[in-house]
Ligand binder design. Structure first.
Ligand code: BGC
Length: 764
């Protein structure tokens, strides 16, 4: 097995890339902020000449049906005819077109805006490039499992190169919603349940998308979304109500946005949900008090798709005119797809209900960003057919897709070291995902071609010494049995050395509006697994999933389980890399896998309760379910490797942390196996007593290390008071003196804690 021979130098290189990226993002902020803050004569002159309709047009984003469209998303986009839309562009009644595809149509539309309209203001082309444009990377949740934000920065960079080659300037990503309920389908689009991890991935993706300057031809403006608390919808039901304490909102759901802005993001998208009775898209406290007044955000705010219109369905606005007024005055600069702003803003300004200065300020924000992107200098920026032909077909992009995919796979279980398999094993590859090409990408890939992706069967066949060692049988459909499917599968299993079972969720089961009540493997596939388990053949489960699942029966008890999410263009090659040990798995769960579906919402950093159940203790009148403890089957942070690592005791540089000082927490990690491999060393804390109760554990740091067989290294983390802060009763971040438990561990439930004390503030 060749486990990453280049790893040490690779990690060294990563450290440098990260530093470089930080420097880049700092300069992006400085340079782009200057453009947003200084008075710009050209823009002021435009504002003076623009009519009210033209101003409202700049605040209007419409689906691009001038270019060819993907019919699977936002289907009503096809209703407007291209020539009607071009006429709107010429009239200056639209400033942004989104989710169009191809340079030819984009140049046509840009010509209408930049050369045929009265003000000649260029269009901004936007799109949902969530995990790749033409080259598809793992879904964001999968990529978070790599615990390598730097990897996400690199895939985001490539996505930006391809997206701009396809004519986009503005990306509706990253999705930074924290998701603590696995019934919610959009778990797939984010970085999972943890805030610390979520912040790092949010910032990394922004850096990747925006590159070294927005003006670069291959940079896209990033849009953290959905602001805010969209992941906290009740019952995991997409679009549903959010009832949330202001502390949880500020401590869990807002920090990834803040991290994205600190990394330079200059636009943000509102969410569909209401928060404590006020829809996010008309939420002054969120969009103005917090975003502008507290955080000083200088970019612009766009509504989600028709979210301003939906204020009426929420029961918050009586009619379209009022919805427009409420959304705009709350702080939504731009309206997506409803067309409300261009219809109602001019009249609302004429009637004096909306001040002209407020309208001008929103238009100014949008025009400044168009200028920062270089569109005033060259409206045809990123609209180069030659670049489109070259940059969408780069082999290095596919190589990165393979690297990202194998780094996203999580090995949950490996009884008797069944994996890795030898390349001379006779394999029965069974299941609806075995040779399927329709579910490799996962949700939100509007610009890719599934024919270009590699299936599991193709990947495994290519890796085996002899492709005839592989027999592929479907066995079952995704949600229904196949006639004689199980019989054929059992027969293939009996003829093989090992069964590899590719089962799980289709890509239609996750993503927007795909909430599930029962987060299990569909029944037909479960029956197939039970039958195969009865053959007694060693069973490897390859799980396809966009969320954590509650694994049951033969799936749960399989000899080995690999979580393969939706891995994108290089699915088959990456799966084969891990299956045969050409890559030693290093992914860790960014979401907890529950024991039972009914435990949702379940997340590792829950509170303790007054009656915690202690493993092995009496269960009566304790916080547990009749059928399951208040625990995960596989917790956040869990993941195995083909190597074995031993954790030495946690050492503290002192037992007290002075108010303005620090404490170093370290442990020696040893690779006690015969294989080189990577380990994700995780640092958790628990604040024992506080003025508001604290979670049982909180992630505060991690390090991905590479160790040769028998090698050891000391991993050390520095903690300061800032790491111990939480949002207190008065909504301010506060650290309270007292005792803290601290773990260095391979997962959120492993390890033995040490303790230190945060000293009080010295009296001056
Ligand atoms: C989604 C957004 C997306 C937008 C534009 C909405 O339905 O919630 O995430 O950016 O559509 O496609």
């Amino acid at each position: 097995m060749s486990t990453h021979p280049s790893c040490p130098s690779r990690l060294y290189r990563l450290a440098h890339t990260c530093l470089g990226a930080l420097l880049f993002s700092a300069s992006v902020i400085a340079q782009d902020l200057a453009l947003l803050e200084e008075e710009d004569e050209q823009i002021e002159a435009l504002l003076e000449r623009m009519t009210l309709e033209e101003k409202a047009g700049q605040l209007t984003a419409l689906a691009d049906n001038i270019r060819s469209l993907n019919p699977h998303t936002n289907p009503d986009v096809n209703q407007r005819r291209a020539d009607e839309l071009l006429a709107e562009v010429r009239a200056g009644r639209v400033g942004v077109l989104f989710n169009g595809r191809g340079i030819k149509g984009a140049r046509l539309a840009q010509h209408a805006a930049a050369e045929e309209s009265r003000m000649k203001i260029p269009l901004l082309f936007a799109g949902d490039v969530i995990h790749g444009y033409r080259t598809v990377f793992p879904i964001p949740l999968a990529e978070a499992a790599s615990f390598e934000p730097e990897l996400a920065e690199r895939t985001a960079r490539v996505a930006a190169v391809e997206a701009t080659a396809g004519g986009l300037h503005w990306n509706f990503a990253p999705m930074v919603d924290i998701a603590r309920d696995q019934r919610w389908g959009r778990v797939a689009e984010g970085s999972g349940e943890d805030v610390y991890l979520g912040k790092l991935f949010a910032a990394a993706r922004v850096r990747g998308y925006q590159g070294k300057s927005l003006a670069s031809e291959d940079s896209v403006l990033a849009t953290p979304k959905h602001f805010a608390a969209y992941g906290a919808v009740s019952g995991g039901l997409d679009y549903n109500t959010v009832e949330i304490s202001p502390q949880t909102l500020r401590e869990v759901h807002l920090p990834p946005f803040r991290a994205a802005f600190d990394a330079g993001a200059l636009s943000v998208m509102t969410s569909f949900n209401e928060i404590n009775g006020v829809p996010a898209t008309a939420n002054y406290e969120l969009l103005t008090t917090i975003l502008r007044d507290e955080w000083g955000f200088k970019g612009f705010v766009v509504s989600d798709y028709t979210a301003d219109m939906e204020l009426i369905a929420h029961g918050f606005a009586e009619n379209p005119r009022e919805a427009t007024k409420l959304a705009f005055l709350a702080g939504v600069d731009m309206s997506m797809q409803s067309g409300y702003y261009v219809r109602y803003l001019p009249e609302l300004v004429r009637s004096g209900e909306i001040p002209m200065t407020t309208l001008d300020q929103s238009v100014r924000r949008v025009l400044r960003l168009k200028k920062a992107l270089g569109l005033f200098d060259d409206p045809y920026r990123s609209l180069d057919p030659e670049r489109e032909a070259v940059d969408l077909k780069r082999p290095e992009h596919r190589a990165l897709a393979r690297e990202a995919a194998r780094r996203s796979i999580v090995l949950l279980r490996n009884e008797n070291e069944l994996l890795p398999l030898s390349k001379s094993t006779k394999i029965a590859l069974i299941g609806p995902f075995a040779d399927d090409r329709q579910n490799l990408h996962g949700p939100w890939t509007l610009f890719a071609d599934e024919q270009e992706a590699i299936t599991v069967a193709e990947g495994i066949a290519a890796a085996l010494d002899d492709p005839s060692l592989l027999q592929v049988v479907k066995g079952s459909d995704f949600e229904a049995p196949l006639p004689d499917g199980i019989d054929a599968a059992v027969q293939a299993a009996n003829e093989a050395d090992v069964v590899v079972l590719a089962i799980g969720e289709t890509q239609q089961m996750s993503g927007e509006a795909q909430s599930r009540t029962n987060i299990v493997v569909p029944a037909a596939q479960q029956r197939l697994a039970e039958a195969l388990s009865e053959t007694g053949k060693p069973l490897v489960v390859l799980l396809r999933n966009g969320r954590a699942l509650a694994l049951q029966g033969a799936v749960r008890d399989a000899d080995a389980i690999l979580v393969t999410w939706f891995l994108g263009s290089e699915t088959g090659t990456a799966v084969a890399d891990v299956l045969f040990g050409d890559y030693n798995p290093s992914g860790r769960l960014p979401v907890s896998f529950p024991i039972e579906p009914g435990q949702q919402p379940f997340f590792y950093n829950h509170k303790r309760t007054g009656r915690p159940y202690v493993e092995g203790g009496p269960p009566q009148f304790k916080a547990r379910y009749r059928e399951a403890p208040y625990a995960a089957l596989y917790p956040f942070g869990h993941g195995l490797s083909y190597s074995k690592f031993k954790y030495g005791p946690v050492r503290l540089s002192a037992t007290t942390l002075p108010w303005d000082g620090f404490i170093d927490v370290s442990a020696e990690i040893t690779n006690v196996s015969e294989r080189a491999g990577e380990e994700v060393v995780q640092l958790y804390i628990h604040d024992r007593v506080a003025s508001l109760t604290r979670p049982v554990r909180e992630l505060k740091g991690f390090r991905k290390i590479y160790l040769e067989p028998g090698a050891s290294t000391v991993v050390s983390f520095r903690l300061t008071r800032e790491d111990l802060q939480f949002v207190g009763p008065d909504l301010q971040w506060v650290a309270e003196p007292g005792a803290f438990d601290v773990w260095i561990a391979p997962s959120s439930t492993a390890g033995t804690p040490s303790t230190f004390v945060l000293e009080g503030k010295p009296s001056s």
